[in-house]
Design a protein around this ligand. Sequence first.
Ligand SMILES: [Zn+2]
Length: 482
Amino acid sequence: MRPGQIGAGMVAVLAAMALGGPALAQAPGAATPAPLPPAADQALGRAILKQMVEINSTHAFGSTTAAKAVADRMIGAGFAPGDVQVLIPPGHPDKGNVVVRLRGHGKAAPILYIGHLDVVEARREDWTYDPFVLTEKDGWFYGRGTIDMKGPDAAVMTSLIRLKREGFVPDRDIVAAFTADEEAGGDFSGIDWLLKAHRDLIDAALVMNPDDGGGEAGMKSGRKLYVGVQTSEKIYVTYQIEATDKGGHSSRPTAGNPIYRLSRALTRIESHPFPVDLTATTKAYFRGRAALESGQVKADMLDAGSPSPSPGAIARLASQVETDILMRTTCVATMIDGGQGESALPQRARAVIQCRVIPGEPVEDVKKALAAMIDDPAVTISVFTPPTPSPESPPSPEVIGAVAGVATVMWPGVVILPIMSAGASDSAFTRSAGIPSYGVDGIFDDVDDERAHGRDERIGVTAFSEELEFTYRLMKALAGGG
Ligand SMILES: [Zn+2]
């Protein structure tokens, strides 16, 4: 999960809250305990989680120590040294990555799991417990990265070791890449580098990314509600708009004043929303989400998810921010500056416009749309932060069906929600490289208690054991074989 990201689940839940009291009228997620792995695998998972949390892999320390620890553990568990590779980019000794391969029958192209090894900073004085010691307390594991994403990393490692020990030979290779630099301060993305420098080692037909903020499992007041499958992310691109003039003395106002020009431009941007654009994911999201809603909201979501949505339903959903942002590209003014002196006509005024583009819409068209809205050739538009284009991965029955098959057996009644995130994850790189990528994670977080990147980050002890079992079952289902 990157800084500033709104977790997909948060979007869903904020939507539920925004859309009124009777939301979540049905109560999926019965109280029957979910199946858990054998005790030995639960112990293994905890030991790996402890080891990973206690290796400080914040930006200052890097990820090489963690990558080597993963390699040692996998080789110790019986993986051939040739199937476990630590890869350190030249000139970046702290940005180590590790790629592990469980060999299959080669009946299909491999499936690739990706997980970042780095975590965001955490200061001891801000936390109740030492963030770099795994602390078990009252049914929780506390520690930096427990959610984002050493918990999910540990689940992938534990599942691979369990499959290896059981002698399971999948139909296709299962590859796992644990990588550097996804988080704040990231300056050398491990997955981006691996795709460019070692594509052969990680090439795959399918990527699974259990990062928090992509797919995630949501519960509210102890009720398990949904398992998200993140298929897409809005594309982040930022522009600067600027007006200039020769200036002069403030006693002689002129029509070319850049501050007035800029303010007219900003008002036009505000009053021209981008058109509604429902992707396959958003339609499937609304159809799934409807099961957790009631009344008019439920009807509107079913309508929006149908082949030809009605304008009324779209307008009602668009009246709430959290559903509106799922349906259209947005651009918003985030910074402004201008003028150079109290008694001088301004020579320059500029604003930063931050856009989140629906995947599939050409990013170049956003600039054209802004120019058309502004309708003033004297106001220039330039790229401030360029995009990483990342197409939607189709909400395919292969993946959604496998997730549903595993999740609804483990947690009867949960809804499977295809999700487009408002923020970005490492899946942007794999999607951009042409590999359909899906964010799925089975750690149920309380939607009202989001702690990724925050103080006292934690996961439930039982939720973690369930994640171990979920990851193992899903890995088998996707890879096939026996
Ligand atoms: Zn993350």
